[in-house]
Ligand binder design. Structure first.
Ligand code: BV8
Ligand code: ZN
Length: 259
């Protein structure tokens, strides 16, 4: 039974206070209040006539590597210019308030880490770890924040010492997820007492299975999202609101502190 709630229910607070193992599963919405467009927000500038799912594919990179590499560098600039928001900070603090916390993210930004979270399981890779498409060698990006025009531009991807093209270090549609991270995420979901699904539309597989795995294993599943999603039916509670407000309020209610 999914309860849509605008305020934080007492039984949720009680469940969190006695939880031994909490999983926080995040999507693009957790970075929205840091100014990072969500994955399904419509694209702008050079990419406005595309949707993200079409650009985030090996085929798009083969077809127009400058368009795709320019998009990822523009996104990387946005992330480097952004700051973690109160949701990231509260999630980092949660690690000091519960016996065990596992953070699983679909996001390719490093805002959880910059808020102080460690051992974050990135299911879809990272903007900050490009690699050679041929030999797999990690590519070291120049230090600092790339300067890209607001509307974006086409950029030639770097070339590896082996002659191969450097590609973004993300998992594209049609590509397998990293085996270790996915296994650890599924295991944590099946062992935890409480799982938070924060800022995700629950559309992308196999990551979207994580909340139902937790529910089937008997965990309380809490969704934090301003809108209804396909995950609603998996959730014990769907707390309607922005993560940057809900998460600090939840920590304050349960533990008397927000960060
Ligand atoms: C794969 C990296 C095997 C790139 C991304 C069934 C099983 C297996 C696969 C499939 C399947 N069915 C279909 C597939 C194929 C595909 C898939 O799932 N397609 C979907 C579209 C149906 N899956 C794959 O291809 C995966 N690979 O399964 O390999 C395989 C191999 C070959 C053939 C078949 C299978 C790979 C998927 C990974 C793709 N890469 N990212 C990049 O970033 O450029 S996914 C991308 O979507 C991002 O990582 C993003 O995080 C993720 C999920 O989106 P969300 O995070 O949920 O973001 P979204 O914008 O959708 O929603 C944001 C939410 O936040 C909204 O609900 C909004 O209301 C909320 N929000 C807004 N503001 C706030 C907020 N919430 C809280 N607070 C706020 N302030
Ligand atoms: Zn190479």
């Amino acid at each position: 039974m999914n309860r849509n709630v605008a305020t934080i229910p007492q039984d949720l607070i009680a469940a969190l206070k006695k939880a031994k193992h909490v999983v926080v599963f995040t999507g693009a919405g957790v970075s929205a209040e840091s100014g990072i467009p969500t994955f399904r927000d419509s694209l702008t500038g050079l990419w406005e006539r595309f949707n993200a799912e079409d650009l985030a594919t090996p085929g798009a990179f083969r077809k127009d590597k400058e368009l795709v590499w320019g998009w990822y560098e523009w996104r990387r600039m946005k992330v480097l210019q952004a700051q973690p928001n109160p949701a990231h900070i509260a999630i980092a603090a949660l690690a000091t308030l519960v016996p065990k916390l596992t953070i699983v993210t679909q996001n390719v930004d490093d805002l959880h880490e910059r808020a102080g979270s460690t051992d974050v399981l990135h299911l879809h890779g990272s903007l900050h770890s490009p690699r050679c498409a041929t030999c797999g060698q990690a590519h070291i990006l120049p230090p600092g924040i790339p300067v890209e025009p607001e509307g974006g531009r086409r950029l030639s991807p770097p070339v590896c010492i082996c002659g191969g093209l450097v590609r973004p270090g993300v998992v594209w549609f049609g590509e397998d997820l990293p085996v270790r991270e996915l296994r650890q995420a599924f295991e944590a979901a099946q062992k935890c007492d409480v799982l938070f699904a924060i800022g995700t539309s629950g559309l992308v597989q196999p990551a979207a299975r994580i909340p139902s795995l937790a529910k089937q294993a008997g965990a309380c599943v809490v969704q934090v999202n301003p809108t209804s999603t396909g995950l609603d039916r998996e959730c014990t509670w769907s707390v309607r609101g922005a993560a940057g407000e809900i998460m600090p309020n939840l920590l304050q209610a349960a533990f008397g502190r927000t960060a």
